[in-house]
Design a protein around this ligand. Structure first.
Ligand SMILES: NC(=O)c1ccc[n+]([C@@H]2O[C@H](COP(=O)([O-])OP(=O)(O)OC[C@H]3O[C@@H](n4cnc5c(N)ncnc54)[C@H](OP(=O)(O)O)[C@@H]3O)[C@@H](O)[C@H]2O)c1
Length: 262
C-alpha cells in the first residue's frame, strides 16, 4: 500500500518492540506510515487507529504456532470480539470499505470433505466439528468470519441521507419510449424521458414496506434543490409508464437474483 502511495495506519501491540523495525524501513514509510499501539480487545485503541481512514484491512488475529492452554480466552475471544471491535469502529468513523482476511480454516473443516471437487467460497467449516476435534484456530476464524457477516448485514447502509428529489425511469419504460419515438411519424425534436419525481424518503418507505429486513438510513436531511425535469411532451406522444412501486420492487428482486444485494 505504501508503494502505491497510500497513507497507512498500521497497528502493533508494542511499538517499542524491535520486531517492527522492518516496517519503518519500507518504501515511503517515513512520510506515509504511522504505527498505532492497539490491541484487538481494546476498542478505543482500534478506533484511534482507524479514525481518518477511508478503508480498513483487518488481518490481525491470533495465529498460535502450537496449541494454547485456554483456547476460548487466547484464540476465540480476541478473534471474534476483536473483529467486532474493528467493524464497530469502522462504522463509527464512517470507513468506506473493509477488507477482512479470513482463512481456509473457516472453509474446509467439515466432516466428509468432498473428494471429487475443490471446495469454494460456499463452504463453511463446521463449528461443532472444529470444537469436538480441538481445531481451535479453525473455530476462531470460522466464528469470527460468520459474526463479521452478521454484523455487516445489520450495519450496512448510510446513517443519514439527503431527502433529495429524484427522477427515476424504469429501464423497460425507457425502452418503450425509444421505440415509440422511432415508430411515431409525428415524433420530432427533443424528448425528455423521466417519470417519477420522488423523494429519497418516499423510496425508502416503499422499500421498507416490501423488505423490512434491509438496513435503511435512520435520518433524512432536507434538500434545498427542488429542480426537476418533465416528460410531458413524451406522454403527449402516447408514452405511459409503470407505477414506481413496481420499478423499485423489480429492481431489488433483480439485484438479489444477480448477487448485487443479499
Ligand atoms: N499464515 C497462514 O497460513 C494464514 C492462512 C490463511 C489466513 N491467515 C490469516 O492471515 C492473518 C495474518 O496471519 P499471519 O499468518 O500473518 O500470522 P501472524 O504473523 O501471527 O499475524 C497475526 C497478527 O495478529 C496480531 N494479533 C494477534 N492478536 C492480537 C491482539 N489481541 N491485538 C492486536 N493484534 C493481535 C499479531 O500481532 P503481534 O505481532 O503483536 O503478535 C500478528 O501481527 C490472520 O488473520 C490469519 O488468520 C493466515
Amino acid at each position: 500500500m505504501l508503494s502505491k502511495n497510500y497513507t497507512v495506519h498500521g497497528t502493533v501491540r508494542n511499538p517499542l518492540d524491535e520486531k517492527y523495525e522492518h516496517l519503518k524501513k519500507l518504501e515511503k514509510a517515513s512520510e506515509k506510515l504511522k504505527l498505532f499501539k492497539a490491541d484487538l480487545l481494546d476498542y478505543e485503541s482500534l478506533r484511534a487507529a482507524i479514525d481518518g481512514c477511508d478503508g480498513v484491512f483487518h488481518t490481525a488475529s491470533p495465529v498460535p504456532p502450537t496449541s494454547v492452554p485456554d483456547p476460548e480466552v487466547e484464540l476465540i475471544k480476541p478473534a471474534v470480539d476483536g473483529t467486532l471491535n474493528v467493524l464497530k469502529a469502522c462504522c463509527e468513523v464512517n470507513v468506506k470499505k473493509v477488507v477482512y482476511v479470513s482463512s481456509g480454516a473457516a472453509v474446509a473443516f467439515i466432516p466428509n470433505r468432498p473428494q471429487d471437487r475443490p471446495m469454494d467460497e460456499t463452504f463453511w467449516s463446521d463449528q461443532e466439528f472444529c470444537r469436538s476435534n480441538n481445531h481451535w484456530y479453525c473455530l476462531s476464524k470460522t466464528k469470527a468470519e460468520s459474526e463479521a457477516w452478521e454484523f455487516s448485514k445489520k450495519n450496512e447502509g448510510y446513517e443519514e441521507l439527503e431527502n433529495r428529489l429524484r427522477m427515476i425511469v424504469d429501464v423497460r419504460d425507457l425502452a418503450e419510449a425509444l421505440i415509440l419515438v422511432y415508430e411515431k411519424p409525428e415524433a420530432n425534436g427533443r424528448y425528455i424521458c423521466t417519470t417519477h419525481l420522488i423523494r429519497s424518503k418516499e423510496i425508502v418507505d416503499i422499500l421498507k414496506k416490501h423488505y423490512p429486513d434491509y438496513k435503511y438510513p435512520k435520518k433524512f436531511t432536507e434538500s434545498k434543490d427542488n429542480s426537476s425535469l418533465t416528460s410531458k411532451k413524451l406522454q403527449e406522444l402516447g408514452w405511459s409508464y409503470r407505477p414506481i412501486e413496481e420499478t423499485l420492487v423489480d429492481s431489488v428482486e433483480n439485484y438479489a437474483q444477480n448477487g448485487i444485494l443479499e
